[in-house]
Write a protein of this length. Sequence first.
Length: 254
Amino acid sequence: MTNGYSESIIEVAGLPIQVRRGGDGPTVLVLHHETGNPGWLEFHNALSARRDVILPTLPGWDGTERGDWMRSVRDIAAVCALLLDELGVADVTVVGLGFGGYVAAEMATANQSRLDRLVLVNAMGLQPEDGDIRDQFLEAHADYVKSCFADPANFTALYGEEVSTEQLVAWDANREMTARTAWKPFLYSQTLPHLLRNVNTPTKVIRGSEDSVVPTTVANQFVELLGDAELIEINGGHHLESDAAESLAEAIVG
Protein backbone atom coordinates (compact mmCIF):
# COMPACT_ATOMS: atom_id res chain seq x y z
CA MET A 1 0.00 0.00 0.00
CA THR A 2 1.45 3.38 -1.07
CA ASN A 3 -0.05 6.80 -0.38
CA GLY A 4 -3.43 5.29 0.45
CA TYR A 5 -3.64 2.98 -2.53
CA SER A 6 -2.19 -0.30 -3.71
CA GLU A 7 -0.82 -1.22 -7.14
CA SER A 8 -1.27 -4.49 -8.98
CA ILE A 9 -1.18 -6.06 -12.43
CA ILE A 10 -4.31 -7.87 -13.61
CA GLU A 11 -4.16 -9.92 -16.81
CA VAL A 12 -7.10 -9.30 -19.13
CA ALA A 13 -7.33 -10.60 -22.71
CA GLY A 14 -3.66 -11.50 -22.53
CA LEU A 15 -2.69 -7.96 -21.52
CA PRO A 16 -1.17 -6.85 -18.18
CA ILE A 17 -3.45 -4.07 -16.90
CA GLN A 18 -1.94 -1.71 -14.34
CA VAL A 19 -4.43 -1.04 -11.54
CA ARG A 20 -4.29 1.37 -8.62
CA ARG A 21 -6.89 0.85 -5.92
CA GLY A 22 -7.67 2.60 -2.66
CA GLY A 23 -10.41 3.51 -0.24
CA ASP A 24 -13.41 1.71 1.15
CA GLY A 25 -17.12 1.65 0.40
CA PRO A 26 -19.11 1.19 -2.81
CA THR A 27 -16.86 0.56 -5.79
CA VAL A 28 -16.05 3.28 -8.32
CA LEU A 29 -14.17 2.56 -11.54
CA VAL A 30 -12.44 5.71 -12.88
CA LEU A 31 -11.46 5.77 -16.56
CA HIS A 32 -8.88 8.37 -17.58
CA HIS A 33 -8.56 10.79 -20.49
CA GLU A 34 -7.06 9.98 -23.89
CA THR A 35 -4.00 12.00 -22.80
CA GLY A 36 -3.20 9.27 -20.28
CA ASN A 37 -3.27 8.36 -16.62
CA PRO A 38 -1.31 10.93 -14.55
CA GLY A 39 -1.54 8.72 -11.47
CA TRP A 40 -3.32 8.97 -8.15
CA LEU A 41 -4.42 12.59 -7.78
CA GLU A 42 -6.06 14.63 -5.03
CA PHE A 43 -9.32 13.89 -6.82
CA HIS A 44 -8.81 10.16 -6.23
CA ASN A 45 -7.90 10.84 -2.61
CA ALA A 46 -11.11 12.83 -2.15
CA LEU A 47 -13.17 10.12 -3.82
CA SER A 48 -11.51 7.25 -1.93
CA ALA A 49 -12.40 8.87 1.39
CA ARG A 50 -15.91 7.47 0.82
CA ARG A 51 -15.50 4.96 -2.02
CA ASP A 52 -13.45 1.96 -3.10
CA VAL A 53 -11.70 3.52 -6.11
CA ILE A 54 -10.29 1.43 -8.96
CA LEU A 55 -8.03 3.33 -11.36
CA PRO A 56 -6.70 1.26 -14.29
CA THR A 57 -4.35 2.46 -16.99
CA LEU A 58 -5.98 1.66 -20.31
CA PRO A 59 -3.90 -0.85 -22.29
CA GLY A 60 -1.50 0.89 -24.65
CA TRP A 61 -1.48 4.15 -22.72
CA ASP A 62 1.52 5.49 -20.79
CA GLY A 63 3.92 2.84 -22.04
CA THR A 64 1.78 -0.15 -21.11
CA GLU A 65 1.45 -3.14 -23.42
CA ARG A 66 -1.15 -2.72 -26.12
CA GLY A 67 -3.11 -5.33 -27.97
CA ASP A 68 -2.51 -5.00 -31.70
CA TRP A 69 -6.04 -6.35 -32.13
CA MET A 70 -7.55 -3.35 -30.32
CA ARG A 71 -9.08 -1.13 -32.98
CA SER A 72 -12.10 0.51 -31.36
CA VAL A 73 -13.32 2.16 -28.19
CA ARG A 74 -15.70 -0.75 -27.84
CA ASP A 75 -12.67 -3.07 -27.60
CA ILE A 76 -11.36 -0.97 -24.72
CA ALA A 77 -14.77 -1.08 -23.05
CA ALA A 78 -14.77 -4.88 -23.31
CA VAL A 79 -11.36 -5.03 -21.60
CA CYS A 80 -12.62 -2.78 -18.79
CA ALA A 81 -15.69 -4.99 -18.30
CA LEU A 82 -13.51 -8.09 -18.16
CA LEU A 83 -11.27 -6.32 -15.64
CA LEU A 84 -14.27 -5.94 -13.34
CA ASP A 85 -14.92 -9.68 -13.73
CA GLU A 86 -11.31 -10.45 -12.79
CA LEU A 87 -11.55 -8.19 -9.74
CA GLY A 88 -14.84 -9.82 -8.74
CA VAL A 89 -16.77 -6.59 -8.32
CA ALA A 90 -20.33 -5.73 -9.31
CA ASP A 91 -22.76 -2.85 -8.70
CA VAL A 92 -20.04 -0.46 -9.83
CA THR A 93 -20.22 3.27 -10.45
CA VAL A 94 -18.28 3.93 -13.64
CA VAL A 95 -16.79 7.42 -13.89
CA GLY A 96 -15.46 8.36 -17.31
CA LEU A 97 -13.29 11.43 -17.82
CA GLY A 98 -13.36 12.80 -21.38
CA PHE A 99 -12.31 9.88 -23.56
CA GLY A 100 -12.93 7.66 -20.52
CA GLY A 101 -16.54 8.84 -20.68
CA TYR A 102 -16.74 7.47 -24.21
CA VAL A 103 -15.45 4.13 -22.91
CA ALA A 104 -17.91 4.21 -19.99
CA ALA A 105 -20.84 4.85 -22.32
CA GLU A 106 -19.82 1.89 -24.46
CA MET A 107 -19.64 -0.27 -21.33
CA ALA A 108 -23.18 0.74 -20.38
CA THR A 109 -24.60 -0.15 -23.79
CA ALA A 110 -22.90 -3.56 -23.74
CA ASN A 111 -23.95 -4.64 -20.24
CA GLN A 112 -25.57 -2.24 -17.81
CA SER A 113 -26.53 -4.96 -15.33
CA ARG A 114 -23.13 -4.65 -13.61
CA LEU A 115 -23.45 -0.86 -13.27
CA ASP A 116 -24.94 0.86 -10.24
CA ARG A 117 -24.38 4.34 -11.64
CA LEU A 118 -22.80 6.05 -14.63
CA VAL A 119 -20.96 9.37 -14.40
CA LEU A 120 -19.87 11.04 -17.65
CA VAL A 121 -17.46 13.95 -17.10
CA ASN A 122 -16.85 16.15 -20.15
CA ALA A 123 -17.46 12.96 -22.08
CA MET A 124 -16.62 12.39 -25.71
CA GLY A 125 -18.44 9.78 -27.77
CA LEU A 126 -21.21 11.73 -29.50
CA GLN A 127 -20.96 13.86 -32.63
CA PRO A 128 -21.58 17.43 -31.46
CA GLU A 129 -24.75 19.00 -32.85
CA ASP A 130 -22.86 22.29 -32.81
CA GLY A 131 -19.09 22.59 -33.23
CA ASP A 132 -16.46 19.85 -33.18
CA ILE A 133 -14.44 17.92 -30.65
CA ARG A 134 -11.08 19.65 -30.60
CA ASP A 135 -8.49 18.07 -32.89
CA GLN A 136 -5.44 17.52 -30.70
CA PHE A 137 -3.43 16.33 -33.71
CA LEU A 138 -3.21 19.93 -34.93
CA GLU A 139 -1.34 21.03 -31.78
CA ALA A 140 1.86 20.27 -29.93
CA HIS A 141 1.39 17.72 -27.16
CA ALA A 142 2.04 20.10 -24.26
CA ASP A 143 -0.08 22.89 -25.76
CA TYR A 144 -3.08 20.62 -26.09
CA VAL A 145 -2.80 19.16 -22.59
CA LYS A 146 -2.24 22.61 -21.07
CA SER A 147 -5.42 23.84 -22.74
CA CYS A 148 -7.38 21.13 -20.93
CA PHE A 149 -6.84 23.00 -17.63
CA ALA A 150 -8.78 26.15 -16.85
CA ASP A 151 -6.05 27.13 -14.39
CA PRO A 152 -2.52 26.83 -15.86
CA ALA A 153 -1.17 26.40 -12.33
CA ASN A 154 -2.86 23.01 -12.15
CA PHE A 155 -1.02 21.91 -15.30
CA THR A 156 2.29 23.11 -13.85
CA ALA A 157 1.65 21.36 -10.54
CA LEU A 158 1.19 18.08 -12.38
CA TYR A 159 3.78 18.29 -15.15
CA GLY A 160 6.24 21.00 -14.05
CA GLU A 161 7.38 24.26 -15.63
CA GLU A 162 9.14 22.27 -18.35
CA VAL A 163 7.56 19.02 -19.49
CA SER A 164 10.00 16.12 -19.43
CA THR A 165 11.03 14.28 -22.57
CA GLU A 166 9.67 11.09 -21.00
CA GLN A 167 6.24 12.68 -20.64
CA LEU A 168 6.28 13.98 -24.22
CA VAL A 169 7.10 10.46 -25.47
CA ALA A 170 4.23 9.06 -23.39
CA TRP A 171 1.80 11.63 -24.79
CA ASP A 172 2.92 10.74 -28.30
CA ALA A 173 2.23 7.04 -27.68
CA ASN A 174 -1.13 7.93 -26.14
CA ARG A 175 -2.03 9.87 -29.27
CA GLU A 176 -1.18 6.82 -31.32
CA MET A 177 -3.60 4.71 -29.26
CA THR A 178 -6.26 7.40 -29.63
CA ALA A 179 -5.81 7.30 -33.40
CA ARG A 180 -5.87 3.50 -33.50
CA THR A 181 -9.16 3.28 -31.61
CA ALA A 182 -11.06 6.51 -32.29
CA TRP A 183 -9.84 8.13 -35.50
CA LYS A 184 -12.73 7.69 -37.94
CA PRO A 185 -15.05 9.16 -36.88
CA PHE A 186 -12.89 11.28 -34.56
CA LEU A 187 -13.72 10.61 -30.92
CA TYR A 188 -17.39 9.87 -31.42
CA SER A 189 -19.56 6.91 -32.38
CA GLN A 190 -22.31 6.77 -34.96
CA THR A 191 -23.98 3.90 -33.09
CA LEU A 192 -24.01 5.24 -29.52
CA PRO A 193 -26.96 7.59 -30.09
CA HIS A 194 -29.13 4.59 -30.93
CA LEU A 195 -27.85 2.29 -28.18
CA LEU A 196 -27.90 4.81 -25.34
CA ARG A 197 -31.69 5.14 -25.50
CA ASN A 198 -32.02 1.75 -23.81
CA VAL A 199 -29.61 2.53 -20.98
CA ASN A 200 -31.62 3.09 -17.81
CA THR A 201 -28.70 3.16 -15.37
CA PRO A 202 -28.92 6.27 -13.13
CA THR A 203 -26.55 8.75 -14.75
CA LYS A 204 -24.90 12.06 -13.95
CA VAL A 205 -23.60 14.10 -16.85
CA ILE A 206 -21.00 16.59 -15.63
CA ARG A 207 -19.44 19.32 -17.72
CA GLY A 208 -16.80 21.92 -17.01
CA SER A 209 -17.89 25.49 -17.57
CA GLU A 210 -14.58 26.23 -19.33
CA ASP A 211 -14.13 23.00 -21.29
CA SER A 212 -12.40 23.93 -24.56
CA VAL A 213 -12.23 20.38 -25.92
CA VAL A 214 -15.81 19.05 -25.98
CA PRO A 215 -18.60 21.44 -27.09
CA THR A 216 -21.23 22.12 -24.43
CA THR A 217 -23.95 20.66 -26.63
CA VAL A 218 -22.53 17.14 -26.16
CA ALA A 219 -23.52 17.06 -22.48
CA ASN A 220 -27.04 18.09 -23.44
CA GLN A 221 -27.13 15.33 -26.06
CA PHE A 222 -26.12 12.71 -23.48
CA VAL A 223 -28.84 13.93 -21.11
CA GLU A 224 -31.48 13.73 -23.82
CA LEU A 225 -30.45 10.25 -24.99
CA LEU A 226 -30.23 8.87 -21.45
CA GLY A 227 -33.71 10.01 -20.48
CA ASP A 228 -33.61 11.20 -16.89
CA ALA A 229 -29.88 11.82 -16.55
CA GLU A 230 -28.89 14.63 -14.20
CA LEU A 231 -26.87 17.49 -15.70
CA ILE A 232 -24.31 19.17 -13.44
CA GLU A 233 -22.00 22.04 -14.34
CA ILE A 234 -18.78 22.66 -12.40
CA ASN A 235 -16.39 25.57 -12.78
CA GLY A 236 -13.29 24.30 -14.52
CA GLY A 237 -11.87 23.03 -17.78
CA HIS A 238 -11.76 19.69 -19.56
CA HIS A 239 -9.64 18.15 -16.81
CA LEU A 240 -12.09 18.82 -14.01
CA GLU A 241 -10.40 16.20 -11.84
CA SER A 242 -7.50 18.68 -11.50
CA ASP A 243 -9.31 22.01 -11.78
CA ALA A 244 -12.05 21.11 -9.30
CA ALA A 245 -11.02 17.92 -7.50
CA GLU A 246 -13.16 18.31 -4.39
CA SER A 247 -16.22 19.60 -6.26
CA LEU A 248 -16.08 16.76 -8.77
CA ALA A 249 -15.67 14.11 -6.06
CA GLU A 250 -18.61 15.59 -4.15
CA ALA A 251 -20.77 15.63 -7.28
CA ILE A 252 -20.01 11.95 -7.88
CA VAL A 253 -20.81 10.71 -4.38
CA GLY A 254 -23.54 13.26 -3.54
